[in-house]
Design a binder for this molecule. Structure first.
Ligand code: EPS
Length: 389
């Protein structure tokens, strides 16, 4: 059973549901870990008023019994506190007493394309689902994936490397990213860049604008052999590409050196192979970002993602009213000026879910014990093989 994640829910509806199938039985339900991830997603300098209303907490609807997974479909629920303020507008039943129609689509949002697809004149019908609130569900599932991965020594970390024109200069050690970045309002371990990034956000806010940026996510301790070269869709980097591009506002995804590889020579790009009797094969560089031929090679998996500026602007752009065809300014919805720090947490969850999925493909089992046995067997085989057996 492939690990499959689905979410449901509207931004101002009752809440967000996340459904996941494919976890083995015997995985503990670490509520504290999941809630910690949800809290991390809510943070970051530049967020709007919504995060002051919400205090995201996970509730299990199915798939766990007495603190452990049953190996059956899991459903998680995150309540929208804001529902109380929206109930009269967002009632799923016919004849809502009031409406909050949005008829001036925001350039860059799904408002127009979604309305054209469905023939809607009210973009509310599109934007409620396209809101980044949906990512709370993925982060909750990411907490389950982390619980599994942590048992096998795999850690997922991230840092923000750019907001607007402000970029980090330092190349810090991923093992220290989260510890330092989680103390920073913009999730960057670089103090100088932190100040510049916050200034960028302030300036954008003052001029009624928004900002995007860049972040890096790494998976540490990933064993070699996850993913596949045999089918295009099974390639680990293909899964990373699709997963990261599915995060709202992400416009590019790079693995390792990424687009930098296009302007260098092969001798500068490829990571030379060494062998040591103690540690086996190793590299002294990691431009490949831990993936070769669609398969993890035992090095850190490194992903960089770029986020566009949020489309809701305090000083709106030109638009056309879907109700009467009149020209006007795009709609204003309460929004964030910058959500790159939050997106880095969503990126962590996405990578956790992808690596957990590929891990369970390779070391499959109905129970966590069977997964462990399969993992150990593979490790022993590799060790013996290094020894020449
Ligand atoms: C978000 C909730 C939303 C937005 C944001 C992310 O809440 P509201 O629309 O009530 O302010 O803050 O969504 C967007 C940026 C967007 O374009 O929809 C969240 O929970 O992350």
């Amino acid at each position: 059973m492939k690990l499959t994640v689905k979410t449901a829910g509207e931004s101002h509806g009752k809440g967000i549901i996340a459904m996941v199938e494919g976890f083995p039985s015997g995985l503990e339900f670490d509520e504290e870990l999941i809630n910690e991830q949800l809290l991390r997603r809510q943070g970051g300098y530049g967020r709007g008023g919504r995060m002051e209303i919400e205090s995201d907490e996970v509730e299990v609807l199915s798939g766990f019994y007495q603190g452990e997974s049953l190996g059956t479909p899991i459903a998680l629920w995150i309540k929208n506190r804001d529902w109380e303020n929206w109930e009269e507008f967002m009632s799923p039943e016919e004849g809502s007493p009031k409406k909050k129609e949005v008829t001036l689509p925001r350039p860059g949002h799904a408002d127009l394309a979604g309305s054209l697809k469905h023939g809607f004149r009210d973009c509310r019908r599109v934007l409620e689902r396209t809101s980044a609130r949906e990512t709370a569900g993925r982060v909750a599932v990411g907490g389950l994936s982390r619980t599994l991965l942590n048992r096998f020594g795999i850690e997922i970390v991230s840092r923000v490397t750019g907001i607007g024109q402000a970029n980090t200069s330092s190349n810090s050690n991923p093992e220290e990213w989260n510890e330092v970045a989680d103390e920073s309002p913009v999730r960057t371990p670089d103090k100088g860049a932190e100040r510049e990034m916050m200034e960028e956000i302030e300036k954008a806010k003052e001029s009624g604008d928004s900002l995007g940026g860049r972040f890096e996510v790494a998976a540490l301790g990933v064993p070699p052999g996850l993913g596949s070269y045999s089918s295009p869709e099974e390639k680990l980097d293909a899964r990373i590409g699709a997963g990261f591009m599915s995060i709202p506002a992400i416009k590019s995804v790079e693995v390792g050196l990424g687009k930098g590889a296009g302007s260098k020579r092969g001798s500068e790009v490829h990571d030379e192979i060494f062998h040591d009797d103690e540690i086996g094969f190793y590299r002294d560089s990691n431009e490949a970002g831990g993936i070769e031929g669609g398969i993890s090679n035992g090095e850190e998996i490194r992903v960089t993602a770029t986020m566009k500026p949020i489309p809701t602007l305090e000083k709106p752009l030109h638009s056309v009213d879907l109700a009467d065809g009149e020209e006007g300014e795009a709609a204003k919805e309460r929004s964030d000026v910058c959500a790159v720090p939050a997106a880095s947490i969503v990126g962590e969850a996405e990578l956790a879910n992808i690596v957990a999925g590929a891990f369970l493909d390779k070391f499959s089992g109905d129970t966590v014990v069977e997964v462990r046995e399969s993992f150990e067997r593979h490790r022993e085989r590799l060790e013996k093989w290094f020894e020449g057996d």
